[in-house]
Design a protein around this ligand. Sequence first.
Ligand code: OMP
Length: 226
Amino acid sequence: QSGADAQLAQDFVEFAVDAGVLRFGQFTTKAGRISPYFFNAGLFDDGAKMARLSEFYAKAILASGVAFDMVFGPAYKGIPLAATVAVELARQGKNVPFAYNRKEAKDHGEGGSLVGAPLQGRVLIIDDVMSAGTAARESIALIKGAGAIPYGMAIALDRQEKATENGKDVSHSAVQYVRDQLGMQVCTIAKLEDLLAFLAQGTAADSMRAHHSQVLAYRERYGVGN
Ligand code: OMP
């Protein structure tokens, strides 16, 4: 992480905590882990927050240098993300088509489960969080099925924890799998390590520092290195 990326990550963690999107307590993740923190992107719930969120994504995407011909937002949470990130990318001089999917295939009207621009070329998937990687696998299959290339992935938070395969923990994270095994570029605004840095710093409120040891313990149990 360069200095600029680290600063962007810290600003983002602070933004997410202030917005109540990143919370501390006891949560059960999709993979069934009890987590002391949870990132709920659905709580970026007004125009100003969405505008700021899409700026973070666009900055992280453009700074990563990832190549892409279009963006794709997996239903449901990826849909507003892909739309607003496409708007922000256009504002920053890179106008690309965007598409998203429905979870339920329509049986009338235009039909099919894909909406928006045709899926073609190098597709950048825009999603919220990657934990164990289930959601990522679904999007990748969908893009390949349409004959396009799942080329990159942009996410807000990399939880840097062990992926699961057939219900079992494996030693690598979902991000590492997507990057190393599938050869895709993954660009993240912030990672678990940025959250830990935020919680450890002196300027964070005492209540935040109190969560530090719990998040650290969670990382001991489920975390992976870079
Ligand atoms: P995987 O599909 O296992 O990678 O988990 C990603 C999904 O988990 C997200 O799309 C969310 O539905 C959910 N999730 C969060 O939104 N925030 C978190 O902090 C943790 C999870 C999770 O359940 O792991």
